[in-house]
Design a binder for this molecule. Structure first.
Ligand code: ZN
Length: 164
């Protein structure tokens, strides 16, 4: 993805107030991140671990959303699937995150929930190359199609949050 600056990030949030966006703890060292190997920037709030942020590009516009991690529900499932990268993982590595919708809908309590990797590290998961096999002779093609799938699902998720 294209690099994001702190200004890009602060002006990107579609589902929180300007004041709130100004107070968000933006990761330090943005210029040292490996942007080539990311499809979005995601991080947890160091002061409030239930809060998380996800920022990406929609064309030339940076778009970001504020997420809240829902309390875990007791479940006997050993594996869970992240809805963005669709990687099955140990159940505690995936959690339900809730995003207020943008605009009036969100202010009225309307939210969109989705299961995401707790570490918001889908980009790393989709880049794990499968071993070469008869059905998957080209691991890099598998990775390319997983990245495309992640980007499509991310776009769909952002569109659902964006109620304006
Ligand atoms: Zn994921």
């Amino acid at each position: 993805m294209r690099e994001l600056s702190e200004i890009d990030i602060r002006t990107s949030f579609m589902n929180c107030s300007k004041g709130e966006a100004f107070r968000i703890m933006v990761p330090v060292g943005l210029e040292h991140l490996d942007w080539e190997r990311r499809d979005y920037l995601g991080w947890q709030d160091p002061k409030a671990p239930q809060r998380a942020y996800l920022v990406t590009w929609r064309g030339d516009e940076p778009v970001g959303i504020v997420l809240r991690r829902a309390d875990p529900v007791a479940s006997r499932a050993r594996f869970q699937m992240c809805s963005l990268c669709q990687t099955p993982q140990p159940a505690d590595s995936v959690a339900l995150f809730v995003a207020p919708r943008s605009g009036d809908a969100g202010r009225n309590g309307n939210t969109i929930g989705t299961y995401l990797c707790v570490g918001l590290n889908c980009s790393a998961h989709v880049r794990v190359e499968p071993p070469v096999s008869e059905i998957q002779p080209d691991p890099s093609a598998v990775v390319a199609s997983k990245i495309e799938g992640l980007l499509n699902r991310l776009d769909g998720f952002l569109a659902k949050v964006d109620s304006v």
